[in-house]
Ligand binder design. Sequence first.
Ligand SMILES: *[C@@H]1O[C@H](CO)[C@@H](O)[C@H](O)[C@H]1NC(C)=O
Ligand SMILES: *[C@@H]1O[C@H](CO)[C@@H](O)[C@H](O)[C@H]1NC(C)=O
Length: 451
Amino acid sequence: MAMAIKSTLQCVVFLMALITTHLIPPADADAGSPKVAMASSGAGSSFRLVAHHDYALRDDGFLHVQSRLDDLLPSEANVTTLRPPVASPIDMAFSVVVGLGSGKGRHDYNLKLDASGSLMWLQCKPCNPKQPQRGPLFDPKASSTFQQVAGTSQICHPPYPMEPAGQQCAFHLSGEHGMSVHGFVALENLTMGPESMKEFVFGCAHSAEHFNSQRTFAGVAAMGKMPTSLVMQVAARGQTRFSYCLFSGGASRHGFLRFGADVPSRPGLRTTKILPALDAHESQYYVSLVGISLDAKRLTRIRPEMFARRRGGQGGCVIDPGTPLTVLAREAYRVVEDAVWSDLRRNRAERIQRQGYGLCVRKTAEIKRHLQSLSFHFAEETARLVVKPEELFTAVEGRLHGPALCFAMSPGERTVIGALQQVDTRFVYDLKDAKLSFASEPCSQDTAGVD
Ligand SMILES: *[C@@H]1O[C@H](CO)[C@@H](O)[C@H](O)[C@H]1NC(C)=O
Ligand SMILES: *[C@@H]1O[C@H](CO)[C@@H](O)[C@H](O)[C@H]1NC(C)=O
């Protein structure tokens, strides 16, 4: 891996030659997402990809999580604290390490991976309120390469999450669980590995409310389709493909978010198309999911309409490493849960309740042998994404009621293939040709020791 990074050094000069001052064009609100002029260069680069999991992977291959409620003794269980699950029952987050600034103002920041985000942002000095993060806050005054984006700039208006505020360009982002982030848009030197890219657009946040930083993240590495996202800015500099392979965690190793020539070639990649945006605000990578199989048997009650995309962000299917567990459109979830349960019941599983999950069974050696894999079928005949039992169930531990195996998906408004179900699959996004390719891979092989 180190060699792959080194080999990119020789490309830096070529890459710099490609950088122009107007990488991000003005948005054309009529025609889907604003387009980025993309020409592939021969360059490649890699960011470190870090797993932040609050559970350990045991030797049986399942992710082990502590039951949140089961652990309370009945006398301690205070009814007012027993809330229905609002978030996913596990925190499975990945971050990329990005260097920002120059001279004494340059530091590395862990930015949470978010497949749908439209603008990379991080907490800047001063930030009020701010959330705890690893390392110092980015200080614009300490970096000679920091530049404010002017309110008159071509990019300072919708569909970008920006608007002029006096001389400056302000941004506002909101998200799940009441997250609300405000600040100003700026340009800075961004480094990944040995390379640096100048005039990278990012949001310098001066207020970050309800941002779940997990005491680590300085902000968010937006990977969406908007030209102001991290991946589209790298793409505009000629590295139009990116790839990741989520590994099952552990603090001693990190993986890679790879771009351009650093994207490894793999045998057996299956390809599906990334659907064109329905409107200018759409930043996510929608794919055309048409069916689901359990153990290679197609579930006939699953209809493609269950995954149909509607305007205004309703329905559809996206792939998102920033969502811990897969969400299935409600109708489809019912069919899949029924099928998983009827199979487990045939194998004499004992159904038990665990908060945050629809289907759990008592974990026994016998049942572990009978778990099946699930496949997602995309519109193209051969594009089938297989999820192994180890990524389909989590092992939920609890002192009171003993260990359970829980089906790690939940019902929702639209289908999101989440991080756990992406573990040990290589994904390659081709932004120029709007294609997503994937293949099964032991992702820990593309990791390096943390130094
Ligand atoms: C239950 O928890 C709430 C909030 O933490 C507290 O105000 C209340 O006194 C508790 N009730 C009992 C019976 O412990
Ligand atoms: C900023 O990035 C550019 C382009 O890679 C590089 O030439 C320049 O030296 C960097 N500036 C500083 C102060 O690091």
